[in-house]
Design a protein around this ligand. Sequence first.
Ligand code: GN1
Ligand code: MG
Length: 378
Amino acid sequence: MNRTPEEMLEIASKFETTGEIAEIKPLGPGFINDTFIVKTEGEGASKYILQRKNHLIFPDVPGMMMNIELVTEHIKKKVAAEGGDPMREVLTVTRRRPESMTEDERKDPAGDLYYKDEDGNYWAMCVFIEGSVTYEKADTPELCYKGGEGIGKFQAQLSDFTTTLNETIKGFHNIRWRFEQWDEALRKDAAGRVKDLAEEISWIDSRRDEMLDFWKKVEDGTIPTRVTHNDTKISNILFDQKGDVLCVIDLDTCMSSTSLNDFGDAIRSYTNTGAEDDKNLDNVSMSLEMFEAYTRGYLSQRKGNLTESEIENLAFSARYITYEQVLRFLMDYIDGDKYYKTAYPGHNLVRTHAQYKLLQSIESQYDDMKKIVDKYAR
Ligand code: GN1
Ligand code: MG
């Protein structure tokens, strides 16, 4: 949905920025939200990230914003206590300008954390961290190590967080729930594509039981639940110019889950020698070197704080999340491309094939992955 510069300015002006708003430009390739960078000039000149939060995907944006506020405030206190910089080492949510708020918004406990426009779109803002760098791909083991350290630290900072968070997307990494959606998608066959997908569907079917066996351990408490990020791809970490982690961003899916999902999703993203949507499957495989670097970085922060069941299942989590991603891309293709933004027809099927190639590569290196986990976890 395109908005005029005047409309964008009006939306951005609802938030408590310093300086005069001078420029609002689209930013980044996010699949879910629309993201803009807002620059202000004059006294207090700064930069901000303005996002239209996709409320079709996040049904409770106020609940999500409350989560983000609680989590970032918790981390801010920790960073300050340790002598760090709370404006750079964690996201800062930009609140609404009090004078721009209606009576009802003032009564809402999350009312100053977002703006709902006349079309029902939700907008939220945070401070842009100057000098920060993001990567779409992890090119070096050093970067993988740092990324692992970053997520490990994030989990450690939240290990004593006790407030119950809202579930921003129902059953996000719950494969039992994903199978319910999957069965329904196949039954509906909304885009008439199922008839051409026998092979791809068999990839999902043949692994269904082993995935459910893993998830049962979460359901019966063998694997504990913690506060986790749930979308740990490398582009969701801000690095400084030297390559050190500043902070973790995109906290939309921050909620209760297993720490394993964060690990698995990071491995899915960091270790891929190709792109998530590579058309050339020869490019796609899991780099064991990158796996080792990420694992070493992650466990440097979490070793001693994970349970035996978490350690035992750490390597498997990469199979679990990559499998889930194959299922989610394929399911969206079957549904007629309703969830992920696509750049061309068939994009979700290309993503499915590329992620499946990655899954096969992970499966074939599974024994080595377990050995690496053992080496750094104990
Ligand atoms: C989405 O928000 P973004 O674009 O970082 C998705 C993740 C997927 C990822 C695949 C809320 O992440 O779960 O792993 O795309 N986020 C949501 O690249 O569905
Ligand atoms: Mg996201």
